[in-house]
Design a protein around this ligand. Structure first.
Ligand code: GLU
Length: 387
């Protein structure tokens, strides 16, 4: 790896400005969001050679990649007889239903050329807001990544109504980066970065290479660089996405995808704006976990389990002595060690199941629950200790 800026301790991390190229080379997981105008040509056809090139480049990176691909609506609108953007929600949903099938197929083909499988993952906002669904979505993405499959995510446009929308795929991509603890979010669109003014009208406009903090001054620049393309996200939604992702510990690279080989250009230090992460993803997640209130139950651990989780392991059912309270999968529970309260976390089982499997080894869990267990009682990334 060329540069391990992403993985060094927090203190060094803050001191070291990382380039887009070094972030791409160093990130264990990168989320790459691709805007509609990059994927769908003016004639409504998918730009397959561009997609193939992108897959080829991303396949060369050392880390895993999750794609967030727009383009379903732009791709499908011709089939439902529209030669303009959809006006009603029903039009957009129908267009997305037609377009998504082509989009997913084209990605599957592009990745097949690299001997990789692609997987279609359609999410709605509710999938990330409600804990049991959030845990399911995360487990699915983690499993795909672990198996070397490339998840291709889009909003589930055919069912998402106004109130339950992410709004745009920039924000969806940021939430996905947060969900899986990605270290890098790349937003490829039709602008090559954040400018001090609109470059189309102001000859003095300068691209800002690095943004350390999303100050009100930076936010105010959102109006100056727009996106007139096929998608929904302008600079405002890019900055909103950058805020979500950097708060969650991911660096964000905003760059143009208009060229034939945008990732190649980035790897050669081409133009971009890098928004630097506020903290490492795990640190940000632990802070969030520590701040959660309102536990729904308690797990009493034995001394061995406490020792294991202090060492960074997940909490296994075998180390849980007693389960109290009434909780759903993904609810917050307090962890009580032999000497009292020691931490809290999100339980991967609902209280009834947790009671049945407490004290059991992983092999026995499958027998008792008559399905493959969902792994540890509390995953190490869902757990925080109070000392
Ligand atoms: N989900 C939309 C589509 O696939 C795109 C939304 C966006 O680009 O922000 O057409």
């Amino acid at each position: 790896m060329a540069d391990n800026a992403v993985m060094c301790p927090d203190s060094n991390f803050a001191a070291k400005p990382a380039s887009a190229a070094s972030l791409l080379q160093a990130s264990p997981i990168s989320v790459v969001k691709i805007g509609s105008s990059l994927l769908v040509a003016k004639d409504g056809q998918l730009r397959r050679p561009w997609m193939e090139r992108l897959a080829e480049r991303l396949d060369e990176l050392p880390g895993a990649v999750v794609l967030v691909s727009s383009g379903a609506i732009a791709m499908g609108r011709g089939a439902i007889g529209l030669d303009r953007r959809p006006r009603s929600l029903a039009e957009a949903q129908a267009a997305a239903a037609v377009g998504q099938i082509h989009l997913a197929g084209a990605w599957a083909e592009a990745w097949a050329r690299q001997q990789r499988s692609a997987a279609q993952v359609l999410l709605t906002l509710g999938d990330l807001e409600q804990r049991p669904r959030y845990l399911n979505a995360r487990a699915t993405l983690e499993m795909l990544i672990e198996r070397g499959v490339v998840p291709v995510v889009n909003e589930n446009d055919t069912v998402a109504t106004e109130e339950i929308r992410f709004g745009d795929n920039d924000r969806l991509a940021a939430r996905v980066a947060q969900l899986i603890g990605a270290q890098l979010l790349v937003l490829l669109s039709d602008v090559d970065g954040l400018y001090t003014a609109d470059p189309a009208t102001d000859p003095n406009a300068r691209r800002i290479p690095t943004v350390d903090a999303l100050t009100p001054e930076i936010e105010a620049l959102a109006g100056s660089t727009g996106s007139g393309g096929l998608g929904t996200g302008g600079m405002r939604s890019k900055l909103a996405a950058a805020r979500i992702a950097t708060d969650a510990g991911a660096n964000v690279v905003l760059s143009s995808g208009l060229a034939e080989d945008p990732i190649g250009i980035l790897l050669n230090d081409g133009p971009a704006t890098v928004f630097r992460a506020g903290a490492k993803p795990l640190a940000a997640r632990k802070r969030w976990l520590r701040g959660l209130q309102d536990p729904r139950g308690e797990l009493r651990l034995d001394a061995g389990a406490l020792l294991a989780i202090k060492g960074g392991a997940s909490l296994l059912a075998v180390g849980v002595r007693e389960v109290s309270g009434n909780f759903q999968r993904g609810d917050l529970v307090r962890l009580i060690g032999p000497d009292g309260l020691c931490g809290q976390g999100l339980c991967a089982y609902q209280s009834e199941e947790a009671r049945r499997i407490a004290g059991l080894s992983s092999e026995r869990i499958a027998e008792v629950l008559s399905e493959a267990g969902r792994g540890p009682m509390v995953h190490r990334d869902d757990l925080v200790l109070f000392f």
